[in-house]
Design a protein around this ligand. Structure first.
Ligand code: ADP
Ligand code: MG
Length: 400
């Protein structure tokens, strides 16, 4: 992918925007871009630099994302506090072409990493509630004030404010930023000050990690969840590459499989409520450590889509016939009675029972959590509560 039209290769200490931003280390990457931690020499702070691939289609996608992010910023910092902020954007020319670059506020690890860090045991419900509130505040702002549907909500796309491993967090580690350029190399070897400094840093980081592990018991109790009590769980919604205005849907097939709403599978049209479905899937995953729906396709005579619909109905009850047959794709999966064509026997396992039987929730916790989630899993999209309504729910507002 590091060729013409593809990613821009970055080295530590590379400069961008006329020397304003200096690359520190890679934070992550996606299909369209690489994201680097960069030091902003103007504000003396850290930012995330998203460098898009350079081919025309990626430039188009980046322009769209910049457009969406700019409208988010227009709402003012108070309104957009649970949604990532775009600081500026510019073009950067390199050997592989011209790359659009977005300067974003620097955030920490994703919820996916938090779930992994907790060893897939599910987070304490109070933490789940705090995270849910942040996501809902962000969604309420996007939906009600901006008319934007995110369309790809999932744990990877919700970032915490800080990193779990503080030895990697430049804001907390106390390490100074790298600002020198690597010097030219003599005799083919990279002999710059930079490399030496990087090695020194890496050694210090490793020392801190092993210290944390010996205190936190990573080696002693591999099966038990880590203590995440000390982690401040405020978060923000990121990745607006697929977001759209509700009155101008971009694509028919949206959302990542496990977080996809039934109306998207049936191609029955969609609106803001697709984000509410994904949100409910995320809430379940945070509380249990498991994805709620993991359909499998092929082999047994039915496809992934039909399996997905079957899993939904096993958990939530039969889809009303009217809804089942209303999509452009309905005939592929449902007969005219509203029964699945190939998966004839469903094993119903309602949500509260699942929480008690498999995840050992108390009856009270299971009942209260189900009462919060089930309305969000309404097969009728227009009946799902809005983010604004969800924020009023008693489950979110009673911390124990
Ligand atoms: P893509 O559109 O290519 O999928 P994303 O916007 O999802 O790119 O970013 C890719 C990865 O970069 C994310 O999964 C995350 O790890 C990291 N990342 C993105 N934005 C930030 C940010 N503001 N702060 C810190 N890390 C980020
Ligand atoms: Mg992404």
């Amino acid at each position: 992918s590091y060729r013409k039209g593809g990613y821009h290769a970055v080295r530590v200490a590379d400069q961008f925007a006329g020397g304003r931003y200096i690359a520190q280390r890679k934070l992550g990457w996606g299909q369209f871009s690489t994201v680097w931690l960069a030091y902003d020499t103007h504000s003396s702070s850290y930012v995330a630099l998203k460098i898009q691939k350079s081919a025309a289609e990626f430039v188009q996608a980046a322009l769209h994302e910049i457009n969406v992010l700019s409208s988010i910023g227009d709402g003012g910092p108070a309104n957009s506090k649970c949604v990532v902020q775009l600081i500026e954007h510019f073009k950067h020319t390199g050997p592989n072409g011209q790359h659009l670059c977005m300067v974003l506020e620097f955030l920490g690890d994703s919820l996916l990493r938090l779930i992994k860090y907790n060893r897939y045991k599910g987070l304490p419900l109070n933490k789940v509630k705090e995270i849910c509130k942040c996501i809902l505040i962000g969604l309420d702002y996007l939906h009600r004030e901006l008319g934007i549907i995110h369309t790809d909500l999932k744990p990877e796309n919700i970032l915490l404010f800080s990193t779990i491993d503080h030895s990697k967090d430049p804001c907390r580690s106390g390490l100074s930023p790298i600002i020198e350029r690597p010097e030219g190399n003599i005799n083919g070897g990279v002999t710059s000050l930079i490399e030496k400094r990087l090695k020194r840093r890496a050694r210090r980081a490793v020392a801190k990690i092993s210290l944390r592990d010996s205190l936190g018991g990573a080696g002693e109790a591999p099966k038990s969840a880590r203590n995440i009590d000390g982690i401040d769980v405020r978060c923000k919604i990121v990745d607006f590459g697929n977001a759209c205005w509700a009155d101008k849907p971009l694509a028919e097939e949206i959302q990542t499989r496990q977080y996809r709403a039934p109306e998207v599978i049936l191609k029955a049209g969609y609106s803001f409520s697709v984000d509410m479905w994904s949100f409910a899937c995320i809430a379940f995953e945070l509380a249990t450590g498991d994805m709620l729906f993991t359909p499998k396709g092929g082999g047994q005579g039915f496809c992934e889509d039909e399996d997905h619909l079957a899993l939904m109905m096993e958990l939530l009850g039969k889809m009303p016939r009217k809804i089942a047959i209303a999509g452009a794709q309905s005939k592929d999966f449902f007969d005219r009675h509203g029964d699945l064509k190939r998966i004839r026997r469903l094993k119903f396992w309602p949500l509260d029972k699942l929480l008690i039987d498999r995840y050992k929730f108390s009856e009270k916790d299971a009942r209260e959590f189900s009462e919060f989630l089930l309305p969000l899993f309404d097969f009728a999209p227009e009946k799902r509560p809005t983010a604004e309504q969800c924020l009023q729910h008693p489950w979110l507002n009673c911390l124990e």
